[in-house]
Design a protein around this ligand. Structure first.
Ligand code: ADP
Ligand code: MG
Length: 689
């Protein structure tokens, strides 16, 4: 495949990830948009967008066709005609001269095919064979005209990709064929040669070609193994490096006062045993002379925030600064509001830093951070900006880590290479997977909700019965409670999404003139968002119409009802997060999902939510619906960044990769480190080596 002329570029995954798909001549802007919907944005994404399954459509060589079985056959078209079935369906029939004799190919209800199925053309057809009155017939499932050596959709082991309505399987497959052929040789193989030799693993470029368009099943298996091994190897090196750093680069933090304990005593509720246990684990880490890198996992509403605040105050009591980073401005603002009161009472200086701050305010905050006047800063990834310099940062807490983008990960760490790190996530990871995903990393789990929670009762209504939901809304409002109305997610365009939400808000205001309807979306300025949330918290807004900006973290106890419209547009874990916004106080929460789910998968998602309240069960179910074999499932879920590895099936490969990684840990250079950071952002987030 090498051009032979100019030397071909050799790019690492990290570098491939910097080549936008839209910039490739084979793709172009319009296609790039469609690819974007599949999560493909770069050349790396393209090459690692692996088929979900394959179909063996290799040409039947024996010449023997068995009625009732599927087969793929090639030949020359000798005659075509259109007829009609008794039920009025049109049938295109083509006589094909094949090596094994004549065969009649049938296409149902596609009369337009008569134009392309010309006599004398070579064609390859795949489908089910039937013994007809005048010899064998084949009901065509797929076909391709042209030299059988060059076919993409038939006549080979054919890959099936995750496609969308706008980008059909065939279009996508042909595109992938071109792209893989052209660019697989651009990849730089980073697997140590010795390892490849010992494990008989084929080179990277070859593996990529084989995994997309395999020449046979043995080659496919080997190629997959090669790619999975590489992924696991890099992952294991990453885990190893983290362990290494934890062991060798830390500070024991000894509190000089009981700030953190005082804070806990001042809370209006006692901590749950699970929270207490986790506080103990964190305290142990902070006090130990090794670096903390702890993942805190717990379902929505279990009370992770107080744990974070405790840890931050503990760091402050030991003489350090703390930083709390949240993925959205709304959430950062809310954390800040929750922290401000207690901080003032305890004589701790807290500040917020987000992208929406005025210039002067920002300058002041930055200065105060630099000279150590601010003890705790809460912010969005504005905290990562170059201008943000700490005096003595000791603890970084990252909330809802799965929500963060890819690129900014290790910047915060470079501001304090010895800082302890606490990463919080509401994504429930089935226990069976934690070891696979996080190795020996320290994991804390809050596995119980505060007492008295009645959970969220979830219902489904088809669109046409929508009014029932709004009658219920009125009841709740009349009883003095508040509600969220979440508008359909429109991935294609934030602008449309915002417009739709705004329209919905004015409709509802008309329908509920005696109540106040507020509107919250991603395009509002920071101050406006803050104001809307403030009014909602204060009860001045009764109905909050929102886009998914309220997905994470938002905490208003009096809100008892959430109505989600266009439910089919949301993912399962997203919906679970969303409904976690209600039922947070003493009263039961209600979530009404409205929509018209068309696919089995969408219906299954809805059923799962109606049936299960517990995030762990939802997660297990999510994996089951998508099938453990569907790698994308796990990734989209935010559970891991693996693109090739199937965390269920590749367990033994994982063992091997660990032992190899241990051997190579001492040889990890900057390129490899960069690669690990690029490929496993949620593992390495907030970690710099
Ligand atoms: P999440 O884990 O989803 O971030 P939060 O930290 O926002 O959850 O907590 C959800 C709500 O539960 C908050 O209103 C919080 O004040 C409250 N809460 C936290 N811990 C307890 C507890 N031990 N008892 C009662 N309420 C609690
Ligand atoms: Mg939270």
């Amino acid at each position: 495949m090498s051009r032979g002329t100019a030397t071909i570029k050799q790019l690492t995954a990290c570098q491939l990830g910097a080549v936008p798909a839209g910039g490739l001549p084979q793709v172009g802007e319009a296609r790039a948009k469609l690819l974007g919907k599949l999560g493909i944005g770069t050349l790396f994404d393209i090459l690692y967008y692996l088929p979900r399954r394959y179909e063996d459509r290799r040409i039947n060589q024996s010449g023997e066709l068995k009625p009732g079985e599927n087969a793929t056959v090639c030949g020359i078209i000798t005659r075509t005609e259109t007829t009609a079935t008794r039920r009025g369906l049109s049938v295109v029939r083509a006589e094909i001269r094949t090596g094994g004799g004549p065969l009649t190919a049938l296409w149902f209800n596609q009369p337009f095919l008569m134009r392309s199925l010309r006599r004398g053309l070579p064609v390859t057809v795949t489908g089910r064979i039937d013994g007809g009155l005048f010899g064998n017939e084949i009901t065509v499932a797929d076909y391709e005209i042209g030299n059988p050596e060059d076919t993409v959709h038939v006549g080979r082991i054919v890959p099936f990709y995750g496609a969308t309505e706008d980008l059909s399987q065939r279009t996508l497959r042909r595109l992938m064929y071109k792209l893989v052929k052209q660019y697989s040789c651009w990849t730089k193989d980073l697997l140590p040669a010795q390892v490849a030799v010992e494990l008989h693993l084929p080179p990277l470029a070859e593996s990529l070609r084989q995994v997309h368009f395999p020449s046979n099943f043995e080659a496919l298996a080997k190629a997959r193994e090669r790619l999975a091994f590489e992924e696991l190897f890099l992952f294991a090196l990453g885990l190893g490096k983290i362990q290494d750093t934890i062991q060798h680069r830390g500070v024991g933090r000894r509190p000089k006062s009981a700030l953190a304990e005082t804070f806990v005593r001042g809370l209006p509720f006692p901590l749950t045993p699970a929270q207490q246990r986790v506080l103990g684990e964190i305290r142990g880490d902070l006090a130990a002379p090794r670096r903390m890198y702890r993942l805190l996992q717990g379902d929505v509403g279990c009370g992770k925030t107080v744990v974070a605040l405790y840890a931050l105050l503990y760091a402050v009591a030991a003489g350090y600064q703390g930083a709390l980073m949240a993925p959205t401005e709304v959430l950062a603002e809310q954390h800040y509001l929750g922290l401000k009161g207690p901080a003032e009472r305890l004589g701790v200086q807290a500040a917020a830093l987000t992208g929406g701050d005025s210039k002067r305010h920002r300058e002041e905050t930055l200065e105060a951070l630099r000279n150590g006047q601010i003890d705790i800063v809460v912010g969005t990834h504005a905290l990562l900006d170059e201008g943000v310099v700490f005096d003595n940062l000791g603890l970084i807490v990252i909330d809802e880590q799965h929500r963060f983008g890819v690129r900014q990960r290790d910047i915060l760490q470079s501001k304090a290479p010895q800082a302890d790190v606490l990463v919080m996530t509401a994504t429930p990871i089935p226990r069976s997977l934690t070891l696979t995903l996080y190795g020996d990393l320290d994991l804390s789990v809050i596995d119980q909700l505060p007492p008295g929670r009645q959970g969220v009762k979830t219902y489904f209504l088809p669109d046409r019965e929508k009014q029932r939901a709004y009658r219920f809304l009125r009841q709740e409002l009349d009883a003095g409670r508040q509600a969220y109305v979440v508008c359909p997610l429109i991935e294609e365009s934030e602008k449309l999404e915002v417009e739709a939400a705004a329209n919905r808000a004015s409709e509802l205001q008309e329908e509920f003139p005696e109540y106040n309807v507020g509107l919250l979306h991603g395009r509002l300025k920071m101050e406006e968002k803050a104001r809307v949330m403030e009014e909602f918290r204060a009860g001045d807004i009764n109905i909050l119409v929102a886009t998914t900006v309220i997905e994470v973290g938002v905490d208003v106890a009096n809100a008892s009802l959430m109505i989600v419209e266009g439910v089919e547009r949301f993912g399962l874990s997203q919906l679970h997060q969303l409904r976690g916004r209600v039922g947070r106080g003493k009263d039961a929460g209600y979530c009404i999902l409205i929509g018209n789910p068309q696919t089995d998968e969408a219906r299954d998602r809805v059923k799962t939510l109606v049936k299960h309240q517990d995030g762990f069960q939802v997660a297990e179910r999510d994996l089951a619906i998508r099938g453990p074999g569907e790698l994308m499932g796990v990734r989209q879920h935010g559970l891991s960044d693996f693109r090739v590895v199937d965390i269920f099936k590749d367990a033994s490969l994982m063992e091997t990769s660990r032992s190899y990684a241990a051997r190579y840990l001492g040889h990890v250079n900057d390129t490899i480190m960069q690669e690990i950071g690029f490929r496993f952002p949620s593992l390495i987030y907030g970690f710099k080596f």
